[in-house]
Ligand binder design. Structure first.
Ligand code: FAD
Length: 560
């Protein structure tokens, strides 16, 4: 074993960095592993804002925030976890502000808050439309200030499990090559989402669900994996996100006839209905021939140049660069794209998994605060609040335990498997399998889901997994071997796709992001007010169920 720490965090986005700061401040020796530089983490792409009931724009409070989140989750969110998030959010946001986060301001100098989809109050604090960028810089400053060690450009591949405890991580040094075992009393997974499972996505190339599969392969369950959120406004054709902040500021969605079609789907909330509702409405318009080249139009023109330039300047730049449209003068072509995985590693409200010593926080985790549908602004808040909580708990556990063991076999097994992959001289290139996976997931496991298509997708994934057994890494070198890491990422994605299809087929109802309008159009609380859980038996996913934690909110019909 080459190094050991009290707390080792895999991932340096908002969740990983917030966890590291907290664990360090609790007195632990902390290190972070990240496959990309921390400030390039995908959190930096977050645009619209972060939700906390500060009450700066209305008479808001954490109870209202919790209710909106429970309802938005289509009642699949665990209400104890949601309450924790909403109660702690205001303090956690002020802490970010005290560290230097430059939030946009009200006239009298308080943190400004804008309306977001399915929120009963204007609750989303923001820094223009670059909120994630601002947060990631502030958190990175705090890392540097504390001199926290970052294993930069290290690719975590496997968890070390010994004596029924997670005791470290096996990783590949991207700069110099070579496998390294880093021991730790506790490990926190903060590896983000898996949007790259889909062809059209807002997620960066790095979002390949690595931590979810690492946990799965270490015997930990994944929860609600069928729940992949489609964001209604992704730029056509690139998939770049156009923030919900546009609709928060008053933008309209139009079909080919210039109609604000949401009046037929969500007559009260209109463009501020929840994402699942708007994505389905858009897809229906497109499928029924009222789209414009496979898209609908997001119209900002009536907001006026001054407001667009002040509050949505990043959106304007993205539209001009990637769609050649200036939203001051023309509507933006948008369509639903995969955006956020509500499912993930099953944890408790401290980020702890069923494996002693292993935690998860941020998008990789499913605690679950988002249930079947995440509200915009709640993901960044989750990274901060649950990053902090997992950092605290992991540090306290580590400081009260002494030993770290990385058995030599953990390293030699990994080396042998890697050698087998690198020694192969004939086979199929990873990108072919990856492209086929992403295209077919989009077609068969997208906004609307049909039994026959999901079954077909199960067979496709099985076939791709077989082909993956003979995958060829052409680059045999040590330095920045992205051919190798893409092959490893593909292995992660394939396992996750398998889990998603199994869970999707089992959930015979429509709830949140899981829409089955052709066979099970309604939510079925009697049979499915419960989480799917999957574990891995060496060959494939094994399905189980867990009741939703309810505290005070009984399921109601959602209407917008
Ligand atoms: C375009 C976009 C806009 C968004 N806007 C908002 C918004 O306005 N408000 C909101 O609440 N939410 C928003 N979201 C969602 C939210 O930003 C994300 O869910 C959240 O930032 C994820 O943070 P994270 O820390 O969990 O993961 P990430 O920020 O994705 O970080 C993952 C980290 O894990 C590391 N990593 C991954 N795999 C490995 C590996 N194998 N080895 C080593 N390191 C690894 C990466 O290097 C990275 O450092 C948005 C999402 C997108 C895609």
């Amino acid at each position: 074993m080459e190094a050991k720490h009290d707390v080792l965090i895999v991932g340096a986005g908002c969740a990983g960095m917030r966890a590291a700061i907290e664990a360090h401040d609790a007195g632990a020796d902390v290190a972070i592993i990240s496959k990309i530089h921390p400030v390039r983490s995908h959190s930096g792409a977050a645009e619209g804002g972060i939700n906390a009931a500060l009450g700066n724009a209305s008479d808001d409070d954490p109870e209202k925030h919790a209710y909106d989140t429970v309802k938005g989750s289509d009642y699949l969110g665990d209400q104890d976890a949601i309450q924790v998030l909403c109660d702690e959010a205001p303090g956690d946001v002020y802490e970010l502000e005290n560290w230097g986060a430059v939030f946009s301001r009200t006239e009298d100098g308080r943190i400004a808050q804008r309306p977001f989809g399915a929120a009963g109050e204007p609750r989303t604090a923001y820094a223009a439309d670059i909120t994630g960028h601002v947060l990631i810089q502030v958190l990175y400053e705090q890392l540097v200030k504390r001199d926290i060690l970052v294993y930069e450009e290290y690719f975590a591949w496997r968890l070390v499990v010994d004596d029924d405890r997670c005791q470290g991580v096996i990783s590949w040094d991207l700069v110099n090559g070579g496998l390294h075992a880093i021991g730790a009393k506790t490990v926190i997974l903060a590896t983000g989402g898996a949007g790259r499972l889909y062809a059209g996505t807002t997620n960066a190339y790095a979002c390949t669900g690595d931590g979810m599969t690492m946990a799965l392969q270490a015997g930990v369950a994944l929860k609600d994996m069928e729940m992949m959120q489609f964001h209604p406004t992704t730029l056509s054709p690139s998939g770049v996100l156009i923030t919900e902040g546009c609709r928060g500021e008053g933008a309209y969605l139009l079909n080919a006839d210039g109609e604000r079609f949401l009046k037929r789907y969500a007559p009260n909330a209109m463009e501020l209905a929840s994402r699942d509702v708007i994505s389905r409405a858009e897809q229906t318009e497109i499928d029924e021939g009222r789209g414009v080249d496979g898209s609908v139009l997001l119209d900002l023109r009536h907001l006026g140049a001054e407001r667009i330039l002040e509050r949505l300047h990043g959106t304007r730049e993205l539209s001009m660069t990637f769609a050649l449209v200036d939203p001051i003068h023309d509507p933006i072509p948008v369509r639903p794209g995969s955006h956020y995985h509500m499912g993930g590693v099953d944890t408790d409200v401290w980020g702890l998994t069923s494996l002693e010593g292993l935690y998860a926080a941020g998008e990789v985790a499913c605690v679950s605060v988002h249930g079947a549908n995440r509200l915009g602004g709640n993901a960044l808040m989750e990274t901060i609040t649950y990053g902090k909580r997992s950092g605290r708990h992991a540090a306290e556990w580590a400081l009260s335990n002494t030993t770290v063991t990385v058995p030599p076999s953990a390293v030699s097994d990994a080396e042998r498997d890697l050698r087998t992959l690198l020694d192969r001289t004939d086979g199929e290139r990873p990108w072919r399998i990856r492209d086929e996976l992403a295209t077919t997931m989009h077609e068969n496991f997208g906004v609307f889901r049909r039994e026959s298509q999901m079954q077909q997708q199960g067979e496709i994934v099985a076939g791709l997994r077989e082909r993956y057994e003979r995958v060829l890494v052409e680059d045999k070198g040590n330095v920045f071997n992205t051919d190798l890491t893409q092959a490893l990422e593909l292995g992660f994605l394939l396992d996750l796709a398998d889990c998603m299809v199994v869970c999707g087929l089992a959930r015979k109802e429509s709830r949140g992001a899981h829409a089955r309008p052709y066979d099970y159009p309604d939510r079925d609380d009697e049979n499915f007010l419960r989480h799917t859980l999957v574990t891995w038996n060496g060959e494939g996913p094994v399905l189980d169920w867990r009741p939703v934690t309810m505290t005070k909110w009984q399921p109601q019909v959602r209407s917008y």
